[in-house]
Design a protein around this ligand. Structure first.
Ligand code: FAD
Length: 280
């Protein structure tokens, strides 16, 4: 694939599909998004390594596009030996980028494991593999839901950047000011690496509300109320969502955001429409 990198610096996230039909759809999505020249694709990971093989299989499939593909890797519930093996496997396969996370332990699943927080995972990856991997970590402009307060959370964020991360990708949000303020606070703590906003296209209110509750992203009242008014009218939701997310993305880029990372949910169209609106 010889598409040039998109001038705005965009990346696209996928989850590992669990059916043949899902795999076929993801290949089409990958090919459609590849035409916009992403910096990289990334593939999520189940906590505790529960769906590890699905991530590794999906990474292989997405890499066939010729674009850098970063597996997500979480440490909670995993032992160092298993993480070491996985890092060795990725190296052998020529993978050089990772998204390093603590993850969340599914209820009923065993112990926490040997590494408690993402900063410990980043340290571990650096100890084991030196500078081989480009490491991205997660950031929370609206504060991670388990953090005692915003100050502690940004300090914890700075700690994991200083452990050797090269890049941060944020949880999605709809309030640009939360992002700008978070970046300012991280810079004041000495974080110099790029902090790329995570962008969630709006396509389905019920799903969006469920995700947002789980991950602590706030849906502003004016967005919620408008989506509620549309009910089952998916065309109106898509048009409104495209407008809101395109304006948010433009505002972030105008304010200095170093790129955009799209949570695609394995769909091409909603992200493509936003990318095409913002570049002109
Ligand atoms: P951490 O950075 O470890 O932070 C977790 C909490 O602990 C925060 O409240 C923080 O303030 C606190 N903390 C951090 N370090 C310390 C410390 N040293 N001492 C005390 N407190 C500390 N989940 C998945 O399961 N799979 C995925 O593929 C996945 N991909 C994601 C990609 C992105 C870009 C984002 C934003 C999130 C993703 N998540 C994923 C969700 C993520 O796993 C959860 O949000 C999880 O709860 C926190 O992971 P973290 O790496 O941010 O944790």
């Amino acid at each position: 694939m010889s598409a040039q990198e998109h001038p705005l610096g965009i990346s696209f996230e996928f989850f590992p599909p669990n059916t043949e039909a899902g795999r076929d759809k993801l290949m089409q999505t990958r090919d459609a998004l590849a035409t916009r020249g992403p910096r990289f694709f990334s593939v999520t990971y189940g906590a505790g390594g529960s769906t590890q093989h699905r991530t590794t299989d999906t990474v292989r499939m997405v890499r066939e596009s010729g674009f850098t593909t970063a597996p997500h890797l979480s440490c909670i519930g995993s032992e160092k030996a298993a993480l070491r093996d996985l890092l060795a496997q990725y190296r052998e396969e020529g993978i050089d980028s990772l998204v390093a996370l603590r993850g969340d332990l599914p209820s009923g699943m065993g112990g926490i494991g040997e590494l408690r927080y993402a900063n410990e995972l980043v340290e571990f990856i650096r100890e084991e593999t030196g500078d081989h991997f480009n490491i991205a970590v997660a950031a929370y402009p609206e504060t991670h839901p388990q953090a005692p307060n915003a100050d502690r959370d940004v300090e914890n964020f700075a700690r994991k950047m200083k452990a050797g991360a090269n890049l941060a990708i944020t949880q999605y949000f709809f309030n640009a000011d939360a992002y700008f303020r978070f970046v300012e606070r991280a810079r004041a703590l000495g974080v110099e690496a790029p902090i790329v906003p995570g962008i969630m296209p709006i396509t389905n209110y019920t799903k969006l509300a469920r995700f947002s509750d789980a991950c602590g992203a706030e849906i502003p009242r004016w967005i919620r109320k408008q989506l509620e008014a549309y009910g089952d009218d998916s065309e109106s939701i898509a048009a409104f969502g495209e407008d809101v997310i395109s304006r948010l993305s433009q505002r972030l880029l105008d304010g200095g955001a170093p790129g955009l990372h799209f949570y695609t949910l394995n769909q091409a169209e909603p992200s493509l429409r936003v990318v095409d609106n913002i570049c002109g």
